[in-house]
Design a protein around this ligand. Structure first.
Ligand code: HEC
Length: 217
């Protein structure tokens, strides 16, 4: 009696096993997707700007299956956070993949990078000086930032107080320009305006103006 039951259950297990193997053989070559999803599959950002996309679903760890055109945008994946940074105007895409075997899930993010618009020295930069700088950098003293003389006093002029091997403004190179380094607070002594700081948007504008050639426009 007891051995009979044992035998029957043994056969039952065996047949289930065969069914399972048989089932696998019958299956199509592509198992169903595991639901890899991204918080966004379409991003538009300006040159120099970054945005984060969250990866979820599927089977971790995720990786980048195909990089974007790196002259247009850069993509870095850290855990489940995909960071995309605009390099120059254009369109490209990045493919993100999960770890499912044998066929991995992939999802594409379409990226549009837009050019930063031309900054005007007279209507966008000088008003920052007027509002936050000329109180100290007026007619007298080392650096006069008043309208009509400010451009000549900044562009290709050697710095006098700190970082004296650098120019106050070196056209196209913000990270070698004392004006930018002092308003960003990254180098060259006291951050400007002394005792405070400009809003990020104005600091970025000064960066863009220098990057675009520090024009007197
Ligand atoms: C409260 C007074 C004060 C304000 C406001 C101020 N500065 Fe200054 N700035 C100084 C002093 C003092 C120095 C010289 C000492 C130093 O570099 O910290 C200086 C130095 C500088 C230098 C270096 C010049 C050189 O040749 O080395 C730059 C560039 C500069 N300021 C830009 C600015 C800008 C741009 C603003 C406005 C966003 C600003 N400053 C607002 C007081 C001020």
């Amino acid at each position: 009696m007891f051995t009979k039951i044992k035998l029957i259950s043994f056969l039952a297990i065996l047949s289930v096993g065969f069914l399972f193997i048989g089932g696998c053989e019958d299956k199509g070559t592509n198992p169903p997707p595991h639901g890899l999803t991204l918080s966004s599959t379409n991003v538009t950002l300006a040159v120099g700007a970054s945005t984060n996309i969250t990866v979820s679903g599927g089977i971790t760890p995720y990786d980048i299956h195909k990089d974007p055109d790196t002259t247009i945008a850069k993509a870095i994946l850290s855990g489940s956070t995909l960071t995309i940074t605009g390099v120059r105007a254009g369109q490209t895409s990045v493919l993100v993949r999960d770890k499912r075997e044998p066929e991995r899930d992939t999802v594409r993010v379409y990226i549009t990078v837009t050019a930063i618009s031309q900054v005007s020295f007279s209507t966008q930069i000088q008003p920052i000086f007027n509002a936050s700088c000329t109180g100290c950098h007026g007619s007298s003293g080392g650096l006069n930032l008043s309208a009509s003389v400010s451009h000549a006093n900044l562009v290709n002029v050697n710095a006098q107080s700190s970082c004296t091997t650098l120019k106050r403004v070196l056209p196209t190179n913000a990270s070698q320009s004392v004006l930018y380094l002092k308003v960003a607070g990254t180098d060259c002594g006291n951050r400007m305006p002394q005792g405070g700081s400009l809003p990020t948007q104005q600091i970025n504008l000064i960066n863009d103006w220098i990057t675009q050639g520090a024009l007197n426009n």
